[in-house]
Write a protein that binds this ligand. Structure first.
Ligand code: FEO
Length: 406
């Protein structure tokens, strides 16, 4: 039933498709289509199986591999990353390939032992080491914290193929395996969502790693990821997008995110939006409880400006806004500016003060004094909101980005 996909002579995709998963890491990152756990079989005089799958997908993985090769021929299982979406099925697979060495780095070995408490026949590699498979050679590139301390890439020298594990992947399930089989906008959108929701806080490390790889001066003709679509037409676009996001390059775009109790804060948000539109900027308006958080975070990835609004409750902000701030703080965004607005009944300034404090804690500077109105905003107060939007747009325009908006 489950078939492998031949990528090139002696190179096969033997991964699995998880059509049912609807959130990754169990919280903010919604995966509306599902995801894939990609695994690759590389056949030479020696045979290497690269990356594993989540435990419950072992039968599907086994079936795809078995249709290419007798499992007894597998000499190496290469574990590039120990997170359970890639390692969960390793114990079962290792029972079927007992003569295979388990190739990983020292941090990978430690993490595998701490997950599975099993002493396999490890072959420890480090960055720069090569594994000869006969005519072809894999070079290892350690990539700690892209996404875990154990993360590693492999480079197939003779083909210019980078096995990038989590990097450049997307949580996207489809019947396609490559970037040129879907629209470019779709793959870049999913690429951005993955970066924003998983890798964003690791940007400084990612930037350093990408610069290191650039300095190696190796041709990268194809990137085979461990999630979603791989890059055979646009590998350089994938690298370029990561470089831009890792550097914190922004475009003049504004995200307005808010929640509202009796629609006063909503009226303010809409008037602010009108001011931004008048200045000709791209702006998106999101009421937090009804919009997917992972998608807002994706849109915020390259946006210069964030305007955040909340009604006041219990002398504080609404829980939906607090959750958004919690996420933003963890993502450690660079080069953003923000403004705050809200409404209150008797606890004047309490909500906007919380907004300001939490945005500053997230490393985001406040560009304008906050707007804060009692009960229902008057016509004059809505005009102030409109002007607030225009002023904020001018602040955003002062800083121009250089990448295409997503
Ligand atoms: Fe796809 Fe960090 O695991």
């Amino acid at each position: 039933m489950f078939n492998p996909l031949k990528i090139k002579e002696n190179l096969y995709w033997v991964g699995v498709i998880d059509w049912d998963i609807r959130s990754f890491h169990g919280f903010t990152y919604s995966t509306q289509t599902g995801t894939t756990y990609n695994s690759y079989l590389l056949i030479d005089e020696k045979v290497a199986l690269i990356d594993g799958v989540k435990d419950c997908f072992y039968p599907e993985w086994l079936e795809r591999i078995s249709k290419v090769i007798d499992l007894k021929r597998i000499d190496y299982f290469i574990c590039n990353h120990v997170e359970l979406d890639h390692s969960g099925a390793i114990p079962e697979m290792m029972k079927r390939i007992p003569k295979a060495k388990l190739v990983t780095n020292q941090r990978g070995k430690e993490a595998l032992l701490k997950h599975f408490y099993t002493e396999w026949d490890f072959q420890i590699v480090k960055g720069g080491d090569k594994l000869s498979l006969g005519k072809k050679n894999l070079r290892f590139i350690e990539a700690p914290m892209v996404h875990w301390p154990d993360s590693m890439f492999d480079y197939l020298e003779e083909e210019g193929i980078l096995f990038s594990n989590d990097a450049f992947g997307q949580h996207y399930a489809s019947s396609h395996r490559f970037d040129d089989e879907v629209s470019f906008d779709l793959v870049m959108d999913e690429n951005a969502k993955y970066y924003a929701n998983i890798l964003w806080p690791l940007s400084p490390i990612i930037l350093k790693k990408l610069e290191e790889i650039k300095a190696m001066n190796i041709p990268i003709k194809m990137i085979l990821t461990s999630h979603g679509l791989s890059w055979r037409k646009y590998p350089q676009k994938a690298i370029e997008s990561y470089l831009n996001w890792a550097k914190g390059i922004t475009v003049p775009k504004v995200i307005i995110a808010y929640d509202t109790m009796y629609y006063s804060t909503e009226k303010m948000a809409q008037a602010i939006l009108e001011g931004i539109i008048l200045e000709g900027l791209d702006a998106k308006l999101y009421r937090l409880p009804i919009t997917d958080m992972g998608d807002i975070i994706k849109k915020f990835l390259d946006a210069k400006g964030l305007l955040l609004g909340s009604s006041t409750i219990n002398n504080d902000i609404l829980p939906t806004v607090a959750k958004f701030l919690y996420e933003i703080k963890g993502l450690r965004p660079l080069n953003k500016i923000a403004g705050c607005f809200g409404s209150y009944g008797w606890a004047k300034d309490m909500a906007v003060k919380t907004l300001e404090t939490k945005l500053k804690e997230a490393g985001i500077s406040i560009a304008l004094p906050s707007l804060n109105f009692k009960y229902v905003p008057s016509e004059d107060e809505l005009k102030q909101c409109f002007d607030f939007g225009r002023k904020f747009a001018l602040e955003v325009k002062k800083s121009q980005g250089s990448i295409v908006s997503i």
